[in-house]
Write a protein that binds this ligand. Structure first.
Ligand code: NAD
Ligand code: WQD
Length: 347
């Protein structure tokens, strides 16, 4: 083990749990703080099962600043990775204050905590949603941001500003914002993956729930976009690649760089796939047909977006290893594993 403890907020969630596994495999000791509002404590079992190490866990709501005092003062953290947030676009439109409160208050408390505990490095989960309907493709980190199309997206834009404003008066803290494109897929062991509550909004979990017969058919939102097959294009990045990028981002922060104390990076594969191409990939890896129907466009959806992945490759040395087939295959394997082995023990 390297000396470092790393505090991982939202570490029992989808991306956080995969990042904990990657941190452990690279010799770090993640300590998780999560209020389990969108995850369950069995996530810790899955992390331990895969990595052989069980992170210390604190069930704390990050909006409760005093509750953070429960984290012992004698743990020296080398850094903090802040995943904890609400993330549903639709829910944020229906309940904007819930999103502004949770996502911003928790970040403010995290920044106070970094100062109080002298934590030198912060990695923040941002999103490609800040680019909106991007003005250029591929999207680089210089592409102008658009007015956010949802309160959720706005919380990510505001969060990035809060961090940069705070860093100006706290040069002892350095930070990286990572703008994820479309995280998808599951751990290659199929023992950890995405666990959406209720009916999934995102493509991959809806597709895999359809594949195992939980949903009748996948609705493909829009067949009349200006793309090669008429369906919308996104940049899907495998969650284990994303996890690896967090380790690289953290290690980049630990190098003594004489320049600025803030950087941001896109995390995408650099390739766009249409919805039909994702379905075809699933059908290829599973050998099964997927029931689907093309329906009207989903309000608020954009036609196409994919990342320029160059900056992360050049500066962080990060290049995703897994392609779309690995994403659909692992997502499907996890869905089958979960329905067979885990679901009953949770419900
Ligand atoms: P997730 O919901 O699986 O994980 C988030 C975790 O944070 C959950 O375990 C939840 O219980 C916890 N949490 C939320 N509010 C909290 C609070 N106030 N106090 C303590 N814990 C709290 O989501 P995810 O997909 O792993 O996303 C992680 C981060 O990445 C989020 O910030 C999200 O906005 C961002 N992101 C996700 C995607 C995506 O498509 N999954 C894309 C771009 C950005
Ligand atoms: C992908 C494509 C849909 C479901 C969202 C958030 C964004 C970011 C990532 C957090 C689109 C199509 C989907 C279905 C479909 N999250 N689709 N049938 O919309 O690109 O981005 O997640 O930061 O902020 O907005 O992801 O997975 O919902 O959709 O046809 O049942 O699949 O129209 O083209 P999206 P998604």
């Amino acid at each position: 083990m390297k000396t470092g403890y790393i505090l991982v907020s939202g570490g029992s969630g989808y991306i956080g749990s995969h990042t904990c596994i990657e941190l452990i495999e690279n010799g770090y000791q993640p300590v998780i703080v999560d209020n389990l509002s969108n995850s369950d404590s069995q996530s810790l079992d899955r992390i331990e099962d895969i990595s052989g190490y069980r992170p210390t866990f604190y069930k704390i709501d990050l909006c409760d600043r005093k509750a953070l005092d429960r984290i012992p003062k004698d743990i020296i953290f080398d850094g903090l990775i802040h995943f904890a947030a609400f993330k549903s676009v639709n829910e944020s439109v229906a309940n904007p204050l819930m999103y502004y409160h949770n996502n911003l208050e928790s970040l403010i408390n995290v920044l106070h905590f970094c100062t109080e505990r002298k934590i030198p490095h912060l990695v923040f989960s941002s999103s490609c949603t800040v680019y909106g309907d991007a003005t250029e493709l591929p999207v680089t980190e210089e592409t102008p941001l658009q007015k956010p199309s949802s309160p959720y997206g706005n919380t990510k834009q505001i969060s990035e500003s809060i961090i940069t404003d705070y860093l100006k008066v706290h040069p002892e803290l350095s930070s990286i914002s990572l703008r994820y494109f479309n995280p998808a897929g599951a751990h290659p062991s199929a023992k950890n993956g995405e666990l959406p509550q209720g009916i999934p909004n995102n493509l991959l979990p809806y597709l895999t729930q359809t594949a195992v017969g939980l949903r009748k058919e996948l609705q493909v939102f829009g067949g009349d976009y200006n793309t090669k097959d008429g369906t919308a294009i996104r940049d899907y990045i495998h969650v284990s690649d994303l996890a690896e990028a967090h380790v690289k981002a953290f290690e980049y922060l630990m190098i003594d760089r004489m320049g600025s104390n803030y950087e941001l990076f896109n995390l995408g594969s650099g390739h766009g796939y249409t919805v039909l191409e994702v379905i075809q990939s699933y059908e290829k890896v599973s050998g099964q047909k997927l029931p689907y129907k093309i329906v009207d466009r989903r309000p608020g959806d954009i036609e196409k977006i994919w990342a320029s992945a160059e900056k992360a490759e050049k500066i962080l040395g990060f290049k995703p290893k897994r392609g779309i087939d690995e994403i659909t295959r692992t997502a499907w394997e996890w869905e089958k594993h979960f329905r067979k082995n885990i679901e009953k023990s949770i419900s």
